[in-house]
Design a protein around this ligand. Sequence first.
Ligand SMILES: Cc1cc2nc3c(=O)[nH]c(=O)nc-3n(C[C@H](O)[C@H](O)[C@H](O)COP(=O)(O)O)c2cc1C
Length: 420
Amino acid sequence: MHLAVYGNHGKQGALIEEHIAFAQRAEAAKLDFVFKADYLTAHPELMAKMKGTVGLDPNFLMAMVARETKQIGLVTTISTSFTPPYLIARQLQSLNWISEGRVGWNIVTSIDGAHNFSNEPMPSSEERYAKAAECTAVVKQLWHSYPYETLEMDGNLEKIKELVKPIEYEGEFFHIKGPLNLPMHPAGEIPLFQAGASDVGRQFAATVSNAIFAATPVMEVGIEMRNDLRQQAIEVGRSADDIRLLPGLYFFIGDTYEEALEMHRQAHAHLTLERRYSALESVIGMDVRHLALEDQVTIDMLPSKDQQVRSKTHADLVRRYIVNNEPTVAVLLARPEVIGSAHLVAIGTPQDIVDQIVTFYEEGALDGFIAIPGGPAKSLDLFFSDVIPMLVERGLFRAEYEGSTLRSHLGLDVQSPINS
Ligand SMILES: Cc1cc2nc3c(=O)[nH]c(=O)nc-3n(C[C@H](O)[C@H](O)[C@H](O)COP(=O)(O)O)c2cc1C
């Protein structure tokens, strides 16, 4: 099982130290990687929650964390919609050298941000994925355009010229000559993650990525998505195990279930009814203000499937919940698909959380997870002190690292270390 943590817990003033301490704690627990999302727009809601530090460029942050850790993987997020592939290839390869092979790239097509890149209106999901596919292909070609072996040529210009070749890429979105100005790190190709699970998003992930960061609020969604991704991987000539489903696991852990539930209640206490209505409107374009809280939301009330939404993944999850449950307005407005990012919510004692993880794993709803800490510090403390050791004890998670690259933690083929 692959375990990771989502690091966005910087508080004003203690920002860098807090991120470093968090990563060091995750490393002591032998987690696969720390993960950082990234949004290229200012979200007042996030600013309020994270005290203004959430917008720190994750690449710079990971460079800092790399110097203060030794083994844990570092997965950073870069948008293919707004970042040129040469820059992406160079930044990631730089980070891979700085961290000695520990970097992973979370590929996002972005929900918004077009207004900050002279690119309004936001391109459609289909266009963003078409660009993502080209961008990723170019990035990989650039990485390979300057192979590691060049460093072993002892400055022999003729041999270097033979190895370092332009890529001469001509596509719909990009015209790029190359080669990259930085050699590939000997740890091998940087592992790819993808976030976005519409039909075209899944197809893209199944074709290129090693793992998908997913929002699977209920078990059936996880099982369906995992089976689909594995099947699609086979169809494009990969093996089913080449794609790993890693959902977000938003946890609230206490000594008792009641304590954990209270943590969850407090974490959502700021969400007024109006904010919940707006959240629903923003995800799915549906206004339920005219209904009473105890009224049922029925299938025929759903807006057209063809309307433009910010994220098909998130809109489909809300639609799916309404179709399957026809919930009351009150129940719908408390769902993680509406008030959160649709991640799986785990509330309870360490034993409850472990039981939930094991059930999902055994049912084939995940290959691991990216833990998203919720609640006060105690919740995170119990995650490290109790949940992880219990998973180790059950033989589901490593007690020690076997290597010191992200490829090694993910079980990908490991290249020979430098100078061996
Ligand atoms: C679990 C998850 C995490 C995401 N994280 C980010 C992120 O960090 N930054 C970002 O700009 N977009 C993020 N997105 C948005 C996706 O990149 C994508 O643009 C969006 O979901 C639309 O794609 P879709 O049509 O496949 O849903 C995330 C989406 C999902 C489902």
